[in-house]
Write a protein that binds this ligand. Structure first.
Ligand SMILES: Cc1cc2nc3c(=O)[nH]c(=O)nc-3n(C[C@H](O)[C@H](O)[C@H](O)COP(=O)(O)O)c2cc1C
Length: 368
């Protein structure tokens, strides 16, 4: 059976981690998905970015009702925020005053798409207060694995160690990985630019071996463009000890995706999943739609976090309410071009592991 040292570290049977995926206003990775992956021997992870602290607590408790196996929570904790405080109303007022061209662009998109403007009925946004409150819940609930994206895991490392929790950081460059290693993470997830969601520009194949070389004895997990046993075997060959898959689990029965978005993923080719700063201010890979074109032709610089997100979330919320999922962001990686059928998450895990074993055994026959 496929087993690497990180399986020991995390108390799991198979080196397959389901990536935490937080989507605008809700859960892509509901407790049912997280628990299914953990119960299958991998490690499920809740993408908690869009959850208010109490929603996060309830989701963690629900996972615990569904599994007694280890699982994770993934949060985006940006290092640099444009604002410490700020309700959405305050941030909106700031945008209107300081960035009128951005405001006008979104009003024009509303008109051109024939969508009635409205503001989102959720108060929290990605501010320092919000991420601090979410982090508090992760500690209070003693989640086995805390995965920190974008930010500095050093801020939470000691507290996690004291609580017996593991911490991992997501890195898109070697420099970023070095920062995470210096902060003392238990392992680094090296995420290539072909991934879904927020991405850098270095692809998985050049990134992973460089991070492995930089990491010394700290385990590295490979992410970005891995969706079957061939990808798992390749990741292990590059020196990774496990994989962190997002897009693959967008094709699970348990994932929480609108049927229009499921259909886009099924039909999309790899080149339909493009990186743009339009939705959050940071490059994020999503299924290409008309909003990408409107943003590109406006030639504006993205607003700092969380302004761009607050600006666009009003539009996304209105579009969703109007049933216009065709213009709502649908994050996914390039590997979606290879995937079609939806299956139970447990089956995805089992088939990946079985195929990787077959690939590794088969590759031995190349030896003379
Ligand atoms: C729908 C979706 C939402 C995501 N949301 C987050 C998130 O909230 N935080 C985060 O750190 N990464 C997020 N990611 C990135 C994943 O954690 C993971 O690194 C990535 O999916 C791996 O590449 P793959 O999509 O090719 O498997 C998201 C990815 C997708 C597809």
């Amino acid at each position: 059976m496929l087993r690497t040292p990180i399986c020991e570290l995390l108390g799991i049977r198979l080196p397959i981690l389901q990536a935490g995926m937080g989507k605008f206003k809700g859960l892509v990775t509901p407790p049912e998905l997280v628990a299914a992956v953990s119960n299958a021997g991998g490690l499920g992870c809740l993408g908690a970015t869009g959850l208010e602290p109490e929603e996060l607590r309830q989701a963690i408790r629900r996972i615990r009702q569904l599994t007694d196996r280890p699982f994770g929570v993934n949060l985006i904790i940006p290092t640099r925020m444009s604002t410490r405080t700020g309700t959405r109303a305050e941030i909106r007022a700031d945008i209107r005053e300081k960035y009128p061209a951005h405001w006008d662009l979104v009003q024009r998109i509303f008109r051109e798409e024939g969508i009635e403007p409205r503001t989102i009925d959720k108060e929290y946004s990605l501010t320092e207060e919000m991420t601090a409150a979410q982090t508090e819940v992760v500690f209070e609930e003693r989640v086995p694995l805390f995965v920190v994206a974008l930010g500095d895991p050093g801020a939470v490392r000691q507290r996690a160690r004291d609580a017996g929790m593991k911490v991992a950081g997501l890195a898109g460059t070697v420099r970023n990985a070095q920062r995470q290693l210096a902060a003392g993470v238990d392992f680094v997830i090296a995420q290539g630019g072909e991934a879904g969601g927020h991405v850098g520009v270095v692809s998985t194949f050049p990134l992973v071996p460089q991070v492995v070389d930089a990491a010394g004895t700290t385990p590295v997990v490979a992410a970005g463009g891995i969706a079957d046993g061939r990808g798992l075997a390749a990741a292990l060959a590059l020196g990774a000890q496990a994989i962190w898959c997002g897009t693959a689990f967008l094709f699970s029965d348990e994932v929480d995706l609108h049927p229009v978005h499921r259909a886009q993923l099924r039909a999309g080719s790899s080149e339909d999943f493009v990186a743009s700063r339009v939705f959050t201010g940071k490059p994020s890979r999503t299924y290409h739609n008309r909003i990408h074109d409107a943003w590109a032709s406006a030639k504006l610089d993205p607003l700092p976090m969380p302004h761009q997100k607050v600006l666009m979330e009003d539009f996304l919320d209105a579009a969703r309410a109007a049933g216009r999922l065709d213009v709502v962001s649908n994050p996914s990686g390039q590997i979606a071009g290879m995937l079609e059928k939806t299956r139970p998450a447990a089956q995805i895990v089992e088939e990946m592991a079985a195929q990787a074993e077959a690939v590794i055994r088969g590759s031995m026959s190349y030896l003379a």
